[in-house]
Design a protein around this ligand. Structure first.
Ligand SMILES: C[S@@+](CC[C@H](N)C(=O)[O-])C[C@H]1O[C@@H](n2cnc3c(N)ncnc32)[C@H](O)[C@@H]1O
Length: 256
């Protein structure tokens, strides 16, 4: 695994979290839950799209696990699943490790860099499912195309690639619609979590809404239609989108 160029987290004002909530959920869970439009719906969609039976044994690799909500929900739902959780940030991997202490016999953690594809080689024909949430938009169009091909090649027959990510809007008016929808959901989630709008304030102050602030060079979202085509070109079958909210889509395909 690549151990250089470890990422530093530059955003995320945790001071907004009241102590009792931090105790109950953990700081990162509060932040990712707050900023992601309807993370619970996303989680349920992922769990369905894995297309696995509860007692099945299978191996999942999560690309960019962050604080680990997705890996953890897979371990909770499928008692024989094994997870490899990868992220570019040591800090995030530590949070994820803490969160999954209970499952430590079935989960391993490692650093990786999305752009440096050599971490895929040791996984070749060892993986039933690749999953990823809100990370692949750091690759540009050409990189995504190659990435999908490499993941397809590495998957076992019957395997799946399921991605949640932010999409490029096809027009300015759609970008505005997604921006407003995202802000409205964060407003609702701030009220749910804190009983006030402090979460919305952080969302605005830290410029999380890329449909309002599209200038961060780290964000390279692609059109959903292009990504579905690149998956098909890589060889995936059953390629489709299953969920979309505020520009965040869940889509993927299967290897026969
Ligand atoms: C927006 S967070 C998403 C985290 C989590 N998957 C979720 O859905 O909440 C992006 C994650 O990707 C990681 N990341 C960003 N760029 C990366 C890169 N180039 N290589 C590896 N990890 C990266 C960050 O450390 C962070 O944990």
């Amino acid at each position: 695994m690549i151990r250089k160029n470890v990422l530093k987290i530059t955003k995320g004002d945790y001071s907004i979290c009241p102590n009792n909530k931090i105790k109950k959920f953990g700081r990162n869970k509060i932040l990712t839950y707050l900023l992601t439009p309807r993370q619970d719906e996303m989680k349920n969609t992922f769990l369905q799209l894995l297309s696995k039976k509860e007692e099945e044994e299978f191996r999942v690799v999560e690309l960019g696990c962050g604080p680990g909500w997705l890996s953890k929900s897979i371990l909770e739902t499928f008692p024989k699943a094994e997870v490899v959780a990868l992220d570019g940030s040591k800090q995030m991997l530590e949070h994820a490790r803490e969160k999954m202490e209970h499952f430590k016999s079935r989960v391993t953690f490692d650093l990786f860099r999305l752009e440096e594809l050599d971490w895929i080689d040791p996984l070749d024909q060892q993986v039933d499912c690749f999953v990823s949430s809100l990370v692949i938009h750091h690759l540009d169009d050409e990189e995504k195309k190659e990435f999908f091909q490499r993941l397809y090649d590495a998957l076992l027959p019957g395997g799946a690639l399921i991605i949640a990510d932010v999409m490029k809007a096809n027009s300015k008016s759609l970008a505005n619609y997604w921006a407003d929808e995202w802000e409205k959901i964060v407003q609702e989630q701030s009220m749910e979590l804190f009983g006030d709008l402090r979460g919305l304030d952080v969302f605005i102050k830290e410029k999380w809404n890329m449909y309002h602030f599209p200038d961060d060079p780290a964000d390279k979202p692609s059109l959903l239609s292009d990504q579905l085509r690149w998956l098909e070109q890589a060889g995936f079958k059953g390629v489709d989108v299953s969920w979309l909210k505020a520009g965040h889509a869940i889509f993927g395909g299967y290897k026969e």
